[in-house]
Design a binder for this molecule. Structure first.
Ligand SMILES: Nc1ncnc2c1ncn2[C@@H]1O[C@H](COP(=O)(O)OP(=O)(O)O)[C@@H](O)[C@H]1O
Ligand SMILES: [Mg+2]
Length: 227
């Protein structure tokens, strides 16, 4: 699924106290691409993923998925669209502490009535990220890197057409970061999913991205980071 954001403006705050994050910015994310987005802390990476997925409203502009305009949909239609098409890897994981690993991973499967089928899908997702042995654990008993894998399993469990990954490797050492990138690249190649990954790791820029964007000064440019 491709994503086109046209002339998007995002302003937080009220009149007289406005924070402009994007000003008529454009981004074009091709279907099935592995797209990287670089930006320093505070540049607007999380804001961008939130507006692309419709979690956060835009001030002006358009966001179009395979020709379908997100803004024209109602709240229910938008949340159904998110649930069936978008997997989100949050910067702080957003795992629910009172639910086990496998229960957390099953959350996006609420629409699947066959509970056995849902459990199988959750198990398969956990296996795919090599964390199946922790299925019955509570999130608090896991290491940072393990929580990261669980959050990836939850993002891929219903085979979304798009994955948004918000700084999935920023707090990992190089070897773990490499593995996480590889898992996402595999999912992108095998499932033809569009993967959009935000990072502030400038060295990641040398990897083989299909596209790479740089957020600077309220704009999004197709370029390698220069820092
Ligand atoms: N809900 C909000 N209200 C006001 N300002 C916000 C809000 N969310 C984020 N910001 C501000 O927007 C800027 C971009 O934030 P963010 O998208 O989180 O950046 P990044 O993810 O690149 O670190 C920051 O200056 C942040 O303080
Ligand atoms: Mg962020």
């Amino acid at each position: 699924m491709d994503i086109v954001a046209r002339d998007i403006t995002k302003i937080y705050g009220n009149k007289g106290n406005e924070i402009i994050i994007f000003e008529e910015a454009n981004i074009n994310i091709p279907s099935a691409s592995f797209t990287g987005i670089f930006g320093v802390s505070g540049a607007g990476k999380t804001t961008l993923l939130n507006i692309l997925s419709g979690i956060e409203p835009i001030t002006a502009g358009k966001i179009i998925f395979d020709g379908w305009d997100l803004a024209l949909a109602g709240e229910k239609e938008r949340s159904d669209f998110r649930l069936s098409n978008i997997g989100f890897i949050f910067q702080n994981f957003n795992l629910i502490p009172s639910l086990t690993v496998v229960e957390n991973v099953s959350l996006p499967l609420i629409a699947i009535r066959d509970k056995k089928e849902a459990a199988k899908m959750a198990e398969a997702a956990l296996e795919r990220v090599s964390i199946a042995q922790r299925a019955k654990n509570l999130p608090d008993t896991l290491s940072f890197g393990e929580k990261q894998r669980v959050s990836i399993a939850r993002a891929i469990v219903n085979r979304p057409k798009i994955i948004f990954a918000d700084e999935p490797v920023s707090n990992l050492e190089d070897r773990s970061a490499e593995k996480i990138i590889q898992i996402l690249r595999d999912f992108n190649m095998k499932e033809k999913a569009t993967v959009v990954l935000c990072t502030n790791h400038s060295e990641l820029s040398r990897r083989k991205w299909d596209r790479f964007y740089n957020i600077t000064g309220g704009n999004i440019k197709e370029s390698w980071p220069t820092i």
